[in-house]
Design a protein around this ligand. Structure first.
Ligand code: ADP
Ligand code: GN1
Ligand code: MG
Length: 361
């Protein structure tokens, strides 16, 4: 991140005086924690989020809505949703210059994040956490939300963007990844299943999170239960299948998203079962038949989409996802494709498990 920026000066705009340190493992924003462990400061990635003001309006609206619901349910709104801290002049972000926009949240204490799941019970808790988030937003007026990234989970459009990146090949990398390119192209028939059914009304449009990575949920230090869903930049109208499938992409993988020993990358059915069970506790009552039918498929679709996005970024010179080594996006893509292949062998079993889990609520 930009070292010339005086973070202390930015904090003062939010009436906070303390030192600050780097924090978190996200691929998108720059995150810092105050030394007093009270506040999270984040630089919003404007390379990706072109309209930070609209983005912050979404987050303020959604978190205010959640606060009311959580209070009605006798929960603790200061812990169970993000709290946006305003600047001295009452704004929900601070513009340092055209490229650097900052926001502050209350730091939610006595919680932890999980990078990769070791215990299937954590998947139950994650499923319940994401399910509850969606259930609480079930009657949020979707028309109030700005689209912070256009066509974010529009998989057919992602395929088009991928093909364009292959054709343009600006880094001259395409010939060395022909096998991975073929992998994507040979499965492009799965891309439009969800968007088509959303268009024809078989799948309802809901308010969804759209980035349900396991490390976007905070778990309670004492109980291990999900406390708060974070990283709300992409809360937009979408399908619940996006959130369900994306959470399994990391949550049910037996290895990290960038593991290069592909023999260790597999899809863990037990984790799938526990996640579905937890999710169903909160959301089963709202799901349509078609959504239930596609739960297993969504894990494959979202893993395919993410792998394709990593490969697209690799072909385009790694401008979207933060990378920490040469070829990092290619490693991530290969990893996701291995997971897709493994899901393909287990999809039928997963479909049956999903139906059972929904029925037994
Ligand atoms: P990114 O979009 O880069 O993934 P996140 O909003 O997910 O950024 O934040 C990165 C990490 O910072 C999270 O995984 C989590 O560990 C931590 N974090 C973010 N916000 C909070 C918060 N309000 N309280 C506690 N931890 C937080
Ligand atoms: C990004 O912000 P983070 O690290 O939670 C990305 C997701 C990808 C994920 C892959 C806004 O998530 O869509 O699935 O990386 N977020 C955005 O790890 O593009
Ligand atoms: Mg995150």
């Amino acid at each position: 991140m930009n070292n010339q920026i005086d973070l202390n000066k930015i904090l003062k705009q939010f009436n906070i005086e303390t030192n600050i340190e780097n924090y978190g493992n996200g691929h998108i924003n720059d995150t810092y924690l105050t030394q007093t462990k009270n506040y999270i400061l984040q630089r919003i990635n404007t390379n990706i989020f072109k309209n930070p003001a609209e983005l912050m309006d979404n987050i303020e609206n959604v978190t205010e809505f959640l606060r009311k619901k959580i209070a009605e349910n006798r929960g603790d709104p200061d812990r169970e949703t993000l709290s946006v801290i305003k600047t001295e002049s009452g704004k929900n972000y601070y513009k340092y210059d055209d490229d650097n926009y900052f926001r502050v949240y209350k730091y939610i204490q006595d919680t932890y994040t999980i990078e990769s799941i070791k215990d299937p019970h954590d998947m139950y808790n994650a499923g319940a956490g994401f399910g509850k988030f969606q259930a609480l937003l079930n009657d949020f007026p979707a028309s109030q939300l700005h689209e912070t990234i256009t066509d974010f989970h529009n998989t057919p459009k992602r395929v088009e963007a991928f093909k364009k990146a292959v054709e343009e090949d600006i880094m001259g990398r395409a010939s060395s990844v022909q096998a991975e390119i073929d992998f994507v192209l040979s499965r492009s028939n799965i891309a439009d299943v969800v968007v088509n059914d959303m268009k024809n009304g078989r799948i309802p449009v809901r308010v969804t999170h759209n980035d349900t990575k396991i490390n976007n949920i905070l778990f309670d230090n004492e109980t291990g239960k999900a406390v708060c869903v974070i990283d709300l930049d992409t809360v937009m109208p979408g399908s619940m299948l996006y959130d369900f499938g994306d959470a399994l992409r990391i949550g049910a993988s037996t290895a990290a998203e960038d593991e290069t020993n592909l023999n260790t990358v597999n899809f863990n059915i037990e984790n799938f079962m526990y996640f579905t069970k937890g999710y169903a506790q909160e959301m089963a009552q709202y799901l349509t038949e078609r959504e239930v039918e596609l739960l297993a498929f969504s894990a494959k679709l979202l893993t395919y989409e993410c792998g394709m996005r990593f490969l697209t970024d690799y072909l385009q010179g790694d401008t979207y996802f933060k990378i920490h080594r040469e070829g990092h996006n290619l490693d991530r893509a290969r990893n996701q494709f291995k997971l897709v292949s493994d899901i393909e062998t287990k999809e039928e079993v997963m479909e049956n498990i999903a139906k059972d889990m929904i029925l037994c609520v």
